[in-house]
Design a protein around this ligand. Sequence first.
Ligand code: HEC
Ligand code: HEC
Length: 379
Amino acid sequence: MNARIKNCFLGSVMAVCFIAVLVTGGASAAQEGKFPPLGPLPPVPVPADNPMSPAKVELGKLLFFDARLSGDASTSCASCHSPEAGWGDGGDLSRGYPGTQHWRNSQTILNSAYYAKLFWAGESTSLEDQAKSAATGNVAGNGDTMMMEERLRQIPEYVKRFQAVFGTPWPTIDDAWRAISAFERTVVSNAKDVPFDRFMKGEEKALSDSAKRGLALFQGKAGCVQCHNGALLSDEDYHNVGTPRNPAFEEDPLRQITLRFQHVIRGVPESVYRKADRDLGLFYTTKRDADRGRFRTPSLRELKYTAPYMHNGAFFELEEVIDFYDEGGGEDANKSPLIKKLGLSDEEKEDLLAFLESLSSDKPLLVRPPELPPYAAMP
Ligand code: HEC
Ligand code: HEC
């Protein structure tokens, strides 16, 4: 049995896997069977202590759009993760809580339910924890948990809904994070709408010839599959690709303040804090010099809707990202040895782009902002 097929037997979706073996025939020998196969996403993983139900998802959707889950009731999750902006905020660097500006790009929450670690540098390990840190974090929601809980208890419609979903007499803030997470687990790509997924399920015509050549390049000459692999097209590992600096950061004191703040609260050494001129990525968690500038490999699904790209929004177009990799990434002492000059022709670049585009749904996944229930005075 050849290595790639053996790898497939270990995987779960056999039929998909065999097709993967067929279509990757053009991949370079060195990469055969080495990486988890590309393919449609499996069902969303759901933690045992937060089972899904339609009523919970509906409640989570209301809360996701409700700005009362922030300090001054100005900033909901949707303020920075707007369905209309690919579930991010559309900017290169994210807005921040009033009075602040974020130093990182606002990530899409599309398919975030599939990651084991969240944030650009994997600082959070569950959607439930992530929602709490977003709503309370000083650069995002800046809310106090007790105050936010009290607000929920003063909204009769929420009291009723929390009772029905969680069986508690009053809303609790931790259940709010559970409901939001359940909603996020429904914000995922639908394989029926994604050309690449339809192709992997046997619909030969779902990919253009150009996209098929792009797929072969992705797994062969361009070497993207070394990091962007599996159904999510992410190895969920951390790499430094030498992403260039974003001038918007260099020019904005408010963004520099939040980066320095991050340095302080994550306990980086004094000498590093003083320089604070760039995002240190995985270093915040490990404090190992080799981890400076390493970020979690992002999924490549739904890119059509989620520009700008990279942790700092350095690129606005996918063409720029492809040129960046073609030139061997950026300059950085810590750059991964996997990033090398590729020597792609113009046609090969177009093919790679066609393949990347085939990983997005034909139409964006939109959700209309719901009408939010009002406060009421209580006896
Ligand atoms: C002020 C803007 C802002 C607000 C408000 C905000 N976020 Fe975010 N969100 C971001 C930014 C910026 C990142 C990336 C931060 C990082 O990597 O440190 C992010 C990352 C995330 C991620 C990680 C996605 C991934 O791929 O790992 C999730 C999930 C998420 N936010 C959900 C939420 C939820 C739920 C709320 C509301 C409780 C919320 N966010 C509120 C800006 C915001
Ligand atoms: C060494 C591992 C590695 C390789 C090889 C690699 N990438 Fe990446 N890719 C990453 C990491 C890590 C990031 C995030 C970098 C950052 O935020 O600064 C990224 C970011 C991206 C993004 C931006 C996604 C977003 O949502 O912002 C695209 C697009 C992308 N890569 C495409 C490719 C293509 C196409 C190839 C092959 C030519 C490739 N990558 C090769 C690790 C890799």
